[in-house]
Design a protein around this ligand. Structure first.
Ligand code: 6GU
Length: 255
């Protein structure tokens, strides 16, 4: 997968050299290109922002440098088109489902903004020609979209074939489609079997795979009920077995 990022802080992306994503890049699974937006500013101060029409606080990113920068990235492969992802707290929520959709794309272009965001005509211009998604990573406001891009590239990158080893797998992750859809993963344990008086739940030492799977599912349901009631409400009743229903009604949530 090719990933381009245009930002006034390309140095923000140093973490992409490290760990799982760094390895994926070394192995050629991920081809990341960072671009300095100011390289496409035309004045001596390399200005990329201006005051908002209609008044109000803060500054808005000017359309011209973004247009020229995006055109330059598009020119890298005129036969193809990237999916453009514009990080903004006003966007649609970034979810595991969207991460999987992005992981299936050959080319992504991220346009993280600073200040109050990018002049909306940039999204209109490219939105008329290709897929442009405005995406937010949660209900809080960051100082800029760079950290959101790090979040999205990591979530997408770990889903690319060959990035997680065979030993690891994304199928049991919280939010994974299938059995874990709308469920949070429960607690995990490793050796020693007792630590500071805390014991590992006996069932996990039993070697009884069926009972362990059932225990893990119970814990996922309990944790989801405790931490994310809105996810519990979104559970598809079709995916719940008799035992699930019994547990949920014991927890005070009749299915
Ligand atoms: Cl994508 N950008 C900014 N600046 N703040 C955010 C966000 C993005 N997602 C949540 N908050």
């Amino acid at each position: 997968m090719r990933v381009d990022v245009i930002s006034i802080f390309p140095e923000y992306f140093a973490p992409l050299d490290v760990s799982l994503i760094g390895k994926a890049r070394e192995r050629g699974i991920l081809d990341i290109h960072l671009h300095q937006l100011r390289d496409w500013a035309r004045d001596v101060h390399r200005t990329v922002d201006d005051t908002p029409y209609g008044g109000g606080p803060g500054m808005v990113m000017k359309p011209e440098p973004w247009g020229e920068a995006i055109d330059a990235v598009l020119a890298a492969d005129p036969a193809a088109q990237p999916r453009i992802i514009v990080p903004t707290p006003s966007g649609v929520p970034f979810t595991q489902k969207l991460a999987m959709e992005y992981a299936a794309e050959p080319w992504l272009l991220f346009t993280p903004a600073r200040y109050e965001g990018i002049d909306s005509r940039v999204m209109a211009e490219y939105g008329a020609r290709m897929r442009v998604d405005e995406v937010g990573i949660g209900d809080y406001v960051l100082a800029g979209g760079e950290v959101a891009v790090l979040v999205m590239v990591e979530a997408v990158g770990r889903l690319l074939p060959g990035v997680l080893g065979n030993a690891h797998s994304a199928v049991d992750d919280s939010f994974a489609p299938g059995a874990m859809e709308n469920l949070l993963e429960g607690p995990v344990y490793t050796k020693p079997p007792e630590w500071r008086g805390h014991e590992v739940p006996e069932i996990l030492l039993s070697g009884h795979h069926g009972k362990i799977a059932r225990w893990r599912r119970d814990e996922a349901l309990r944790r989801t009920a405790r931490n994310r009631l809105e996810l519990l409400a979104a559970l598809d009743p079709e995916t719940l077995d008799k035992h699930d229903r019994k547990l949920l009604s014991e927890l005070g949530f009749p299915a």
